[in-house]
Design a binder for this molecule. Structure first.
Ligand code: LLP
Length: 384
């Protein structure tokens, strides 16, 4: 629950806006760093989850590297304090300009997804007179047991290189002088709550790592991606994900060779729970079998419920009336513009403030101006 003194402070602010609780953010970063530090694991924050400058600066100053998926993310990471030598650039479709930018800044690694991409990077690197450090993004064929739109580690997904393509990849690699193989990269999906999935990932990574070693390639980096889920039902009780259990799985099962470093790319686990979308009730409307609370935030501000049918806890911050059920919907001209059905809230009236919780990850970064709506701004708890 958002604290009462905060509610008084935010009451007058123009809605909708994203509210970031910096205590939660800092505590999450602190715990992640502590638990990862026990084993010397390296963190690369996935900018796609939230790329607000203030948040990026805090994460970079905690020593994280960056996982980027566009040239603009690489630029933003550099502008907000991430060292070039700790930036990874992944993505299934990188343009020549984006690749040149990455090569120009000498980032840590470009994660390649096909033989054709290797050829393109090699020729760009040779034109520029540099060596490109690359990692191979590999499809381990491990099912993440999450929503199909955010499952990325199966053979049917567009990401990465399949095991039966390895011979061709290594043959090509041997013929390309401007590439240096630095790592093996895996990312099987997002919002993974069953740690057994990461156990299966470890087993596959060990097999694949061994195979590469047998072919004479002992890479410096094993990157197991992101994906650790958060508890959308209990944003207060479980505001910090169980990093100890998560890293513990890898510590128990992953078999690193020689000086190999283990890298992670958490996004959601770092920023989801610190953010709430704050919106105001415009109208309450009785309908057949339901009652709508129509709010001033829409699916353009937070698309997760509409796109992935995801659950976000919804709270009325300003009413203490008798409990009733509401469908909380936005003003956008689509029936999918619904944040929650049959949400139990105290009697809700025009003007009430509503918090849509756990919205710090993939909230603001996925916002659009659909219906020509203004973009929601942001408010930080340490600035009000
Ligand atoms: N590394 C790679 C290569 C990724 O593709 C992703 C996320 C991450 C790391 C970070 O994953 P995380 O730790 O945040 O799970 N918009 C969706 C999530 C899309 C995730 C895309 N890739 C959502 O709102 O649920």
């Amino acid at each position: 629950m958002i604290k009462t003194d905060i509610i008084e402070k935010i009451r007058q602010i123009h809605t909708p806006f994203y509210y970031y609780n910096m205590e939660v953010l800092n505590a999450t970063i602190g715990r992640c760093t502590l638990e990862a530090g026990r084993y010397g694991y390296r963190m690369h924050y996935a900018l796609k989850a939230n790329s607000n400058p203030k948040i990026l600066k805090i994460i970079s100053s905690a020593g994280f590297g960056a996982d980027c998926v566009s040239g603009n993310e690489v630029k933003s990471a550099l502008e907000h304090g991430f060292q070039a030598g700790k930036i990874m650039f992944a993505g299934v479709g990188k343009t020549d300009d984006e690749l040149r930018l990455a090569l120009n800044h000498g980032i840590q690694s470009i994660n390649v997804e096909s033989v054709q991409e290797m050829e393109v990077i090699n020729s760009l690197a040779s034109e520029m007179g540099v060596k490109a450090r690359i990692s191979l993004r590999i499809i381990p064929n491990v099912d993440a047991h999450t929503h199909r739109y955010i499952t990325t580690g199966l053979e049917e997904n567009k990401f990465g290189i399949l095991t039966w393509q390895f011979d061709a990849v290594l043959e090509k690699l041997r013929s390309l002088d401007n590439l240096e193989l630095q790592g093996l990269h895996f990312h099987i999906g997002s919002q993974i709550t069953d740690l057994a999935v990461f156990k299966s990932l470890c087993e596959r990574v060990n097999e694949i790592n061994t195979w590469f070693m047998e072919q004479g390639y002992l890479t410096d980096i094993i990157n197991v991606g992101g994906g650790l889920g958060v508890d959308y039902s209990e944003p207060d009780k479980c505001s910090i994900p169980d990093f100890a259990a998560y890293f513990g799985v890898f510590h128990d099962l992953i078999e690193l060779q020689g000086h190999q470093q283990l890298h992670f790319e958490p996004g959601r686990a770092i920023v989801a729970q610190c953010g709430s979308l704050i919106t105001r009730v415009l109208f309450v409307k009785e309908a057949v079998n339901t009652r709508f609370a129509i709010v001033d935030a829409g699916m353009n501000d937070l698309i997760r419920p509409a796109l992935y049918q995801s659950y976000h806890k919804i709270e009325n911050l300003t009413s203490t009336g008798e409990k009733r059920k509401y469908d909380v919907v936005g003003p956008v001209c689509e029936s999918s513009d619904c944040f929650g059905k049959a949400v139990v809230m105290p009697e809700t009236r025009r003007g009430d403030l509503i918090a849509i919780r756990s919205a710090g990850a993939y909230g603001q970064t996925m916002a659009s101006r659909y219906n020509l709506r203004d973009l929601a701004g942001e408010v930080y708890s340490d600035e009000i």
